[in-house]
Every structure is written in structure tokens, then in C-alpha cells.
Design a protein around this ligand. Structure first.
Ligand code: GLP
Length: 256
């Protein structure tokens, strides 16, 4: 794992978009795996900024989102469809024929989503956030490492963690979601995991240095050959070497 700790979210987001830019320069028709959540908002903002400055072109890409709540219509403002439309697709001029989600199309045949990804050549560049319990996508603790796209029952903790997207009431957060599995995610050629804020520091350290086990889904990433962990100083505070955090202008970089 290659780890880079930045002074703040903005610098970390810029670095992630630098990595994306490099990917798209080499392979303009890349297949991107995309995430939702508070973490990716500054990253998508940076992408939009670079598109406006004509430093980045997403027109040829196809995108596959990690997950979607079950039962929400595309146009429901709480859906991940709506999140992506608002924060990336609309401002980046991405159209429905190049952007894919597991729900509703694959609710009866979840592995069809994996097949569709493979038909497009597989995911070249996967962006991930991390949940406080170590989930990636919606792969909750206990998910099998060989899982492909599947239906999940969300834990109460995850529903509570996401309640701010549902007017603060966790009972309004759907009970189920359709998510890429851990094997789906591990098939990506490059993985970039972003983590911001002190609340992610403990789980990030466990994912990087802890035992690789289904109880901490993100720990599987230790077995992937090409993972970048890009975080801010707060999320990276328990990652070694912490002594190099003296300057917010220069990232601390190391491999584990
Ligand atoms: C959600 C998403 C994940 C995301 C995680 C962290 O539940 N399904 O893909 O990485 O939570 O979200 P946030 O970035 O808001 O902390």
C-alpha cells in the first residue's frame, strides 16, 4: 500500500485528482469505479474545477458506482444516483449511457453487474471511501472476501452514520442496499482510498496494519498490488511515521 498524508482535505483531493489525471492521460477510455459520501465531495469538486480549466476530460470514460440503496427511485434526492448527478455527472456532462449503478437494474440478478463491468473491460481506477466500521462500498463487517455484487442488510451503525443525508432520522435510511462485493472491488487495477477527518483515524490504521479479516472489510486491500491511501493529517494521525507531520505543505509518503 502506498500511503500519502496531506495537511488538509483540499491538498489530498488535489493529489487524488492528479492520480486520476495521470490515469486518463495514459488511458482516456478508462473505466472508473466511483463512490458516494462526504469524503468524495471535495474530490468531485476538484474534478469539476479541472474540467472547467480543460485539464481533465471525462467525456470518454464509463463509470460504475459502488452501491445504491434498494427501493429508492433514481430521482429520489436521497439516492446515490441523485448524489452523483448533483456532485459529478451533471457538472461534468456525463450522460446515463456512460454511468452505471447496481440498483435498480440488477436487483434480481446482482452478478449481472459484475458481468457488465467485465464486458466493459473491468474497472481501471476505483475510488473508495471507508466507513467507521471498515466497510468499503456497503460491504459490512463479516462480508465474504470472495463476494461479488450482492444485496446487503445495512447495520444500524451504518444507517445512523448516514442519517444526515436523510434529514437526520436514521429510520428513513433504507435497510438494504445493492453493493459491489469485495471480490468485485479487488479486481480493479488501481484502487485509491480516501479518508478525511479524525473520526476515520482508528479504522484507517486497522485497515492498514491490522489483521486481514472479514470483520474489517477494508483490510482486504492489504492484499491488492496497487492501492493508494490518500488522507488528511487527521485521518492519518495513527499511521506511521507520524513524526513527519510538521509541515502541512509537504505530504508524508510511505509504503507498507
Ligand atoms: C457510505 C458509502 C461508502 C462510503 C462510506 C463513508 O456508507 N456506501 O461508499 O465510503 O459510507 O462515507 P463518508 O465519506 O460520508 O464518511
Amino acid at each position: 500500500m502506498h500511503i500519502e498524508v496531506f495537511g488538509d482535505q483540499k491538498r489530498a483531493s488535489q493529489r487524488i485528482v492528479d492520480l486520476l489525471t495521470r490515469q486518463l492521460r495514459a488511458y482516456p477510455y478508462s473505466v472508473l469505479g466511483l463512490a458516494t459520501g462526504a469524503t468524495v465531495i471535495p474530490i468531485y469538486r476538484e474534478i469539476i474545477e479541472r474540467i472547467r480549466r480543460e485539464q481533465l476530460n471525462l467525456a470518454p470514460v464509463r463509470t460504475f458506482n459502488l452501491d445504491e440503496y434498494m427501493g429508492l427511485q433514481d430521482h429520489d434526492p436521497h439516492s446515490f444516483h441523485a448524489f452523483m448527478q448533483r456532485h459529478l455527472f451533471y457538472p461534468a456532462h456525463l450522460t446515463p449511457d456512460q454511468t452505471f449503478f447496481p440498483f435498480p437494474e440488477f436487483s434480481q440478478d446482482p452478478s449481472g453487474y459484475d458481468r457488465l463491468i467485465e464486458q466493459h473491460g473491468g474497472i481501471d481506477w476505483q475510488l473508495l471511501g471507508i466507513g467507521h466500521n471498515g466497510h468499503i462500498g456497503f460491504n459490512e463487517p463479516g462480508t465474504a472476501f470472495d463476494s461479488e455484487t450482492h444485496v446487503v442488510k445495512l447495520t444500524e451503525n451504518t444507517r445512523k452514520a448516514n442519517r444526515h443525508w436523510f434529514d437526520g432520522d436514521w429510520h428513513h435510511v433504507p435497510e438494504q442496499a445493492l453493493t459491489m462485493g469485495l471480490k468485485t472491488i479487488m479486481r480493479s487495477r488501481t484502487i485509491v482510498l480516501a479518508a478525511f477527518g479524525a473520526s476515520k483515524s482508528a479504522v484507517l490504521a486497522k485497515a492498514v496494519y491490522g489483521l486481514v479479516c472479514p470483520e474489517l472489510p477494508a483490510s482486504i486491500l492489504q492484499h491488492h498490488p496497487r492501492v493508494y491511501i490518500i488522507c488528511d493529517q487527521e485521518a492519518g494521525s495513527l499511521l506511521r511515521p507520524s513524526s513527519s507531520f510538521h509541515s502541512p505543505d509537504f505530504p508524508s509518503q510511505f509504503d507498507v
